[in-house]
Design a protein around this ligand. Structure first.
Ligand SMILES: [Cu+2]
Length: 284
């Protein structure tokens, strides 16, 4: 089984050698993973250039104010405390100012939500189904008949090391997409609540049984490489073991991959429910 899997993975490993970029969690890093889609670029800018200065400003103001109050109104400097308990002007100000700050934040926030939620004219559609405990991908449309659908399982530690992939993030069959292409992702689940999350793409979409959610991404030109995400819904015992690996390749490379029928085996999903293994037919 291992040998078969390795043989099937070999063409992918060759494809991986040309990868230019990659994004995965890094020990000790702060901030976001590098943004490679317009959505994530906007998210990062909104956070770093807009929200952070406001938050830092408010925090500094409160710290300075508290320091001044502790100094100025200490028992030593202010032995006779004022009996005043109301100051209408001050109360109006400290109600109105926070409301104004929230308004200033909500307008770009809503614009960003709308930008994320409005799916532009898409070039291709992929369906991502959360199974217990793996992701299954299907390429929608007759252009991708040879690829059909496949299950993407987490690699065991030794195989991940052999493939040069991060353990707990690397899979035996990554989702392959072309660069600079608008991809619509239909997200659903076969039997559990999951969430399809890819940090450097700025997407996180709930996978709900019996319902199809949609999201989109378009990886910027020149950002080919392998990107890692995970199921980000606390879905059950193997929640931490359903990584998402997306390999972004040049458009012609993607066409070759499709023409080859995808280099992956088509499997059915092994689903475990209450300890019993159920084999669910792969939804098309
Ligand atoms: Cu999950």
């Amino acid at each position: 089984m291992h040998l078969k899997r390795l043989l099937l993975a070999a063409p992918i490993a060759l494809m991986a050698s040309a990868a230019a970029h990659a994004a995965q969690p890094v020990d000790g890093n702060i901030g976001f993973q590098p943004a490679v889609t317009p959505v994530m670029e906007k998210l990062v800018n909104f956070h770093n250039l807009y929200l952070m200065p406001i938050i830092v400003g408010i925090t500094l103001f409160v710290v300075v104010l508290m320091g001044y109050i502790m100094w100025r109104f200490s028992e030593k400097r202010n032995p006779e405390p004022s009996k005043t308990s109301h100051n209408t002007m001050l109360e109006v100000v400290w109600t109105i100012v926070p409301v104004l700050i929230l308004l200033v934040m909500v307008v770009p926030s809503m614009q960003l939500l709308y930008f994320q939620d409005t799916i532009p004219e898409s070039d291709m559609t992929i369906k991502a189904t959360g199974n217990t405990w793996n992701w299954e991908y299907a390429y929608v449309g007759e252009d991708y008949e040879g690829v059909e659908s496949f299950v993407s399982n987490m690699l065991p530690e030794d195989e991940a090391a052999a493939a040069g992939k991060p353990y707990l993030l690397g899979t035996d069959a990554p989702l392959v997409v072309p660069v600079d292409t608008t991809v619509r992702v239909l997200v659903t689940s076969s039997n559990n609540l999951h969430s399809f999350a890819m940090p450097s793409f700025g997407i996180k979409m709930d996978a709900i049984p019996g319902r199809i959610n949609q999201t989109w991404f378009k990886v910027n030109e020149g950002k080919t490489g392998t990107y890692y995400g995970q199921c980000s819904e606390l879905c059950g015992i193997r929640h931490a073991f359903m990584p998402i690996e997306i390999k972004v390749v040049e458009k012609d490379e993607f066409q070759r991959w499709v023409a080859n029928g995808g280099a992956f085996p088509t499997q059915t999903a092994d689903n475990t429910v209450n300890g019993a293994v159920m084999t669910a037919a792969a939804p098309k």
